[in-house]
Design a protein around this ligand. Structure first.
Ligand code: HEM
Ligand code: HEM
Length: 184
């Protein structure tokens, strides 16, 4: 049996994948709608969802050590392919973790370096203590570059999952998509 991730890890994986996808789409759309209530609502939702991703990164990393379903240590990869593949998978996962941390962090810093506080759906405002540094453009630029890197890396990650599911036909995809394990 392929080692599985705990239910908590699987729940966090899919919640965060949905949140990152939504934050990414909102990031693209919020710039296209001009100024007004819609723009404020979209950018507030973008910030709130992004901050939720930031808040969940540490619990998710810790959840990898959580008690798992019976069987071998769940988060440990099982050799399924050539050595380069075995090294690439954890490297991509590590890079995804780095981006899940740095992407929202640079967004937050860009907002804090803005000219005006960023209202978050009437719940709170992100203040601008970094405005005097004049770093808004650079921080926005880094945030954009990282958002593109996330897109590229997630595409690679999804292609790898499809490769395992459709070509290799091994248990790797089922580790994170339990419905595949049940349909075997
Ligand atoms: C997983 C989390 C996040 C993702 C995937 C994400 C993605 C994006 C994307 C795709 C853009 C548009 C970049 C472009 O113009 O090409 C953007 C812009 C931006 N994001 Fe994020 N973001 C995230 C988190 C955050 C957070 C937590 C904040 C603030 C609290 C934030 C603040 C901003 C700001 C200020 C901009 C620039 C808006 C402007 O043009 O003025 N982001 N983000
Ligand atoms: C923003 C989107 C995503 C991110 C950031 C992400 C990140 C990760 C990370 C860091 C892992 C390692 C396990 C962990 O600590 O959770 C992982 C595992 C996995 N992900 Fe994703 N993921 C995303 C979307 C997807 C999608 C859309 C699919 C499927 C089409 C997918 C399929 C898998 C599979 C099958 C594994 C287990 C791989 C293994 O155990 O070697 N992920 N993902």
């Amino acid at each position: 049996m392929a080692p599985r991730y705990s239910r908590l890890s699987i729940a966090l994986h899919w919640t965060m994948a949905a949140a990152i996808g939504l934050a990414w789409v909102l990031g693209q759309v919020m710039d296209e709608v001009g100024r007004g209530l819609l723009q404020v609502t979209l950018s507030g939702s973008h910030a709130l969802i992004g901050l939720a991703v930031l808040a969940l990164v540490l619990p998710r990393a810790l959840a990898r050590r959580w008690p798992r379903p019976a069987g071998p240590a769940a988060a440990e990869p099982v050799p399924t392919g050539p050595a380069w593949e075995e090294r690439l998978a954890p490297a991509v996962h590590l890079a995804l973790y780095a981006l899940m941390l740095l992407l929202p962090l640079t967004g937050l810093l860009a907002a804090m370096a803005g000219r005006r506080p960023l209202p978050v759906l009437g719940l709170f405002e992100i203040p601008t203590p970094l405005a005097p540094l004049g770093l808004r453009r650079s921080l926005k630029g880094v945030h954009e570059v990282l958002s593109n890197a996330m897109l590229g890396l997630v595409a690679l990650h999804v292609l790898a999952t499809l490769w395992h599911a459709l070509v290799r036909r091994d248990d790797v995809a089922a580790r994170m998509i339990p419905v595949l394990a049940r349909s075997r």
